[in-house]
Design a protein around this ligand. Structure first.
Ligand code: 5GP
Ligand code: MG
Length: 482
């Protein structure tokens, strides 16, 4: 079992449907997946429609490793979907890699999913009782098998029935032998958008991947909406009456690429605003603002602007230590951080530095960077974090570390935390400040910050004995569903 040292990045989904049957869309999906690589680096896969048959290739590793030597190009056809995934288990995860393909009497379908179903076990049991076999332990396979089981009712009915049976978070793309369908859960927790290319349509986790293939962003898929793209037309259905948008706020803080626009809010802008607000909420006398590359940089630019303190590159990051750098223990994690970051001595020497990062999970990054900056001669290091403390687990697609390892839960409070990081001061953005940076007061899931969730969650099922459930319920105000 791999050490869970961070939130696990979730997944990225991408699909293209073209009318022109000679078009090489697998290559487009391949490029789209590159643009979504930050959302998952452990496995990648593409399923393409070729002469009416769905063909699928997937493997462990980065998109470029799985589709070496232009393999994706060989899968020519008018429609294809792809997936990048960050799995939670080690060697056995190939079976959990996506797309999932199901071939049955009436046709075949492929599906890619980002999110977590909260009732997957129940639905899975019902399907198994009905004699349907599973090849993986993934909740996403439940979706494919449900659609396949309902398929004789027709595609639309099969999809709406399926969607009405599943609960949790999902940004979903389904490829059939004559259509591509996108659906987003009634809270829209995970992002999904619609784009256009000259002769077809695109569905993507993030708009940056639509840009990457030269497409045009059209709009976000709405919470509780299903979009069906076929040769004739693009249809939209609202499958859920009770929709209340609760987009994941952590997408804006860390997960998404800064050049994406999600639910009308541009990620870079939100990060820069968060920095500005933090400068207002938590000012400090300083000479230099430094952002932790890469995701802390937009906020640092905003902080510097609002505080009228010079923004500079005080830290250099190795491009080749990936987000997946596997670190089995705390020692190794610290070494990993040392390989990953170094200070620019000429910039930071003698300076009072404000060090801006997007979030603190275990505190490894901040601790390392404070010591790197001080060794390089920084006079003071003040940590400013552009999100509220992460204190609670996520049940909707992000696999959080054990609660006890979220450093913001440590008992000594913020002063002790500041000391343990070796910093001269430490402060976080407020929840109100985060919402302000997102241009709104509501419409976001803040579960990992405040412990309130848009959908009831079964703590026991999701966390087993990892976790002191009663303590969590007390602190989170979470009530057991009856
Ligand atoms: P820490 O070092 O405190 O454990 O984690 C915080 C750092 O990790 C920040 O620099 C942040 O950008 C990054 N981070 C936050 N969430 C995630 C995640 O889900 N996965 C990975 N790999 N890094 C993350
Ligand atoms: Mg970072």
């Amino acid at each position: 079992m791999k050490e869970c040292d961070k939130f696990r990045e979730e997944c990225g989904v991408f699909g293209v449907f073209c009318r022109e049957s000679e078009r090489d869309v697998s290559a487009l999906v391949y490029y789209g997946l590159f643009a979504l690589q930050h959302r998952g680096q452990e496995s990648a896969g593409i399923a393409a429609l070729k002469n009416g048959v769905i063909e699928c290739r997937k493997g462990m590793g980065l998109v470029g490793d799985v589709f070496r030597g232009g393999e994706a190009r060989e899968m020519r056809g008018p429609a294809a979907v792809g997936h990048v995934r960050y799995s939670t288990a080690g060697a056995s995860s190939l079976e959990n890699a996506q797309p999932f393909v199901s071939r049955f009497k009436l046709g075949s379908i492929a599906a890619v999913h980002n999110g977590t179903l909260t009732n997957a076990e129940v639905v899975r049991e019902l399907l198994e009782d009905a004699g349907i076999g599973f090849t993986s332990s993934s909740d996403s396979e439940v979706i494919v098998n449900l659609i396949a089981k309902n398929y004789k009712k027709g595609l639309e009915k099969a999809l709406t029935d399926t969607i009405q049976s599943i609960k949790g978070s999902y940004a979903l793309i389904v490829l059939t032998d004559n259509a591509m369908v996108g659906a987003r859960d009634p809270n829209g927790i995970r992002p999904l958008c619609l784009g256009k290319i000259s002769d077809g349509w695109v569905l993507s986790s993030e708009s940056c991947a639509v840009d990457a293939i030269g497409g045009e962003f059209v709009r976000d898929v709405e919470p509780g909406e299903m979009v069906i793209v076929s040769n004739e037309q693009v249809l939209s259905f609202t499958f859920s009456e009770k929709t209340r948008r609760a987009s994941c706020a952590f997408e804006y803080v860390y997960f998404a690429r800064p050049d994406s626009i999600i639910d009308g809010v541009d990620v870079y802008g939100a990060r820069a605003r968060a920095g500005e607000i933090l400068a207002r909420e938590r000012p400090v006398d300083a000479d230099l603002v430094v952002g932790v590359p890469d995701s802390g940089v937009p906020a640092a630019i905003g902080y510097g602007r609002a505080a009228d303190v010079r923004f500079g590159t005080g830290i250099v990051k190795s491009k080749y230590v990936g987000r997946t750098f596997i670190a089995p223990d705390q020692n190794a994690r610290e070494r990993a951080a040392a390989v990953k970051y170094n200070a620019l001595k000429s910039e930071v020497k003698g300076q009072r530095v404000v060090l801006i990062d997007d979030s603190i999970v275990r505190g490894t990054t901040s601790r390392r960077l404070v010591s790197v900056l001080k060794e390089a001669g920084a006079a003071e290091v003040h940590i400013r974090i552009c999100s509220p403390p992460v204190k609670f687990p996520c049940f909707f697609g992000i696999d959080t570390p054990h609660r006890k390892d979220l450093i913001s839960n440590s008992s000594g409070g913020i002063n002790e935390l500041c000391q343990s990081l070796g910093a001269d001061s430490l402060a976080f953005l407020s929840v109100e400040g985060l919402l302000e940076s997102l241009d709104g007061k509501e419409g976001y899931c803040l579960g990992c910050f405040i412990g309130e969730y848009p959908i009831p969650v079964r703590v026991e099922a999701a966390w087993g004995d990892l976790y002191d459930i009663q303590q969590f319920e007390k602190e989170a105000g979470y009530k057991k569903p009856v």
